[in-house]
Design a protein around this ligand. Structure first.
Ligand SMILES: Nc1ncnc2c1ncn2[C@@H]1O[C@H](COP(=O)(O)OP(=O)(O)O)[C@@H](O)[C@H]1O
Ligand SMILES: [Mg+2]
Length: 370
């Protein structure tokens, strides 16, 4: 068992920078999820850690050891790929045993480890089948089994659920979480799916364009995104953003969106007053916009007039697409709401959960003001 550390790691392909000063310390036994859009460098980070790519600059540590010059087979890590990469002509047993045979592990030991892994994954009855005789979910488990038998210090997963249908993905997600608990080993898991990240991770590293954006617990990432990118990436439907100005008023301050003034809670006024008169981005999550009829008690509510553009009945909630002036945004309201398309309605923003992002330092990715 071991932690893992990327220290100031750069990976360049020609003049393209795939990893840009990556600094991540993964603790022993942690379940760290690397999440970000396609092409942000997730697979590259795993491949550098596994030794399948050399880093251009910087150091990678597994436990106490700097492994930059350690060949992949000596790094004591096992990787589960998106494609599973099972050998089609081999049985499940042989697929799982293959790596151990190559390493010269004794036959009895191989049998013991394969049977143990098969029991953990509930695939004992499949050991004699070949991959083509398995469902997608079963293949996925064989690929995980092949990693388990190696008894590695660190498990790497690269989008292992992306070939499964939605229902199986949810089940397998829970199984992988359980697996992590029972193996008590460091997991580093890559996905572009923020739901997977939120549900499985002990901590999440959000990446964009090769740059680490924020490394935090799921809850803290959700409640306190460090910048506009993270705020928009984590959460579904995504946080709403409005171009706005902070304006000082008698006894406090407001967020001014094209003349629509939303009162800032007293407790936050001091934080935002330095931005008086400045252009900012105002952010509010869909679940913080309520039908006034069902709004929670004791919130700092700002009333907003809106037109209902689209309405999605989900059963447990209603997703509203609203228009106020030239702003389009999304609300997630109580399922008892009786709005109809085209209605002019009032909704309330829960300003206790408002976010402000400052574009003055980084126009492309404004930083959260706290
Ligand atoms: N061997 C390579 N040669 C050139 N560019 C590469 C190579 N591998 C990856 N890249 C580029 O690096 C970026 C990151 O790729 P990758 O790590 O696979 O992204 P992700 O896994 O986050 O989708 C992409 O733009 C990709 O095209
Ligand atoms: Mg990838």
């Amino acid at each position: 068992m071991a932690g893992v550390r990327f220290s100031k790691v750069y990976k360049r392909f020609g003049d393209f920078t795939a990893l840009n000063n990556l600094d991540i310390a993964v603790e022993d036994k942690e379940f760290l999820v690397l999440v970000g859009p396609s092409g942000c460098g997730k697979t590259t980070a795993l491949r550098c850690l596994a030794g399948l790519e050399d880093v251009t600059e910087g150091d990678i540590f597994i436990g106490e050891n700097r492994v930059n010059d350690t060949p992949p087979k000596d790094r004591d890590i096992a990787m589960v790929f998106q494609s599973y990469a099972l050998y089609p002509h081999m049985t499940v047993f042989d697929n799982m045993a293959f790596g151990l045979k190559l390493r010269g592990v004794k036959k009895e030991e191989i049998t013991r480890r394969v049977n143990e892994a098969a029991a953990i994954l509930g695939i004992e009855q499949l050991l004699k089948r070949r991959p083509r005789e398995l469902s997608g979910g079963q293949r996925q488990r064989v690929a995980v089994g092949r990693a388990i038998v190696r008894e590695p210090k660190v498990f790497l997963f690269d989008e292992p659920l992306s070939n499964l249908d939605a229902k199986l993905r949810v089940q397998t997600r829970a199984q992988i979480s359980k697996l992590h608990q029972s193996l008590e080993t460091t997991f580093i898991y890559v996905t572009h799916d923020q739901t997977e990240a939120m549900t499985m991770a002990t901590r999440i590293a959000v990446m964009n364009k090769g740059v680490l954006q924020q490394l935090d617990t799921p809850k803290h990432l959700y409640d306190f995104p460090a910048n506009l990118f993270v705020a928009g990436f984590i959460g579904s439907p995504a946080m709403n953003f409005f171009d706005a100005k902070i304006r000082k008023v008698d006894g406090g301050a407001v967020v001014d969106i094209n003349g629509m003034a939303l009162k800032i809670p007293q407790s936050k006024v001091a934080t935002y007053l330095p931005y008086d008169g400045k252009s900012v981005v105002f952010g509010i999550r869909p679940e913080d916009i309520h039908n006034p009829e069902f709004q929670p008690q004791n919130i700092t509510a700002a009333s907003v007039e809106a037109k209902v553009d689209v309405l999605e009945l989900m059963g447990n909630e209603i997703i509203l697409y609203l228009v106020s002036g030239n702003n389009n945004y999304v609300a997630r309201v109580d399922p008892r709401t009786k709005f109809a398309i085209g209605d002019k309605v009032s909704v309330v923003f829960n300003m206790d959960n408002m976010h402000i992002f400052d574009p003055s330092q980084n126009a492309e990715n404004p930083v959260a003001v706290r």
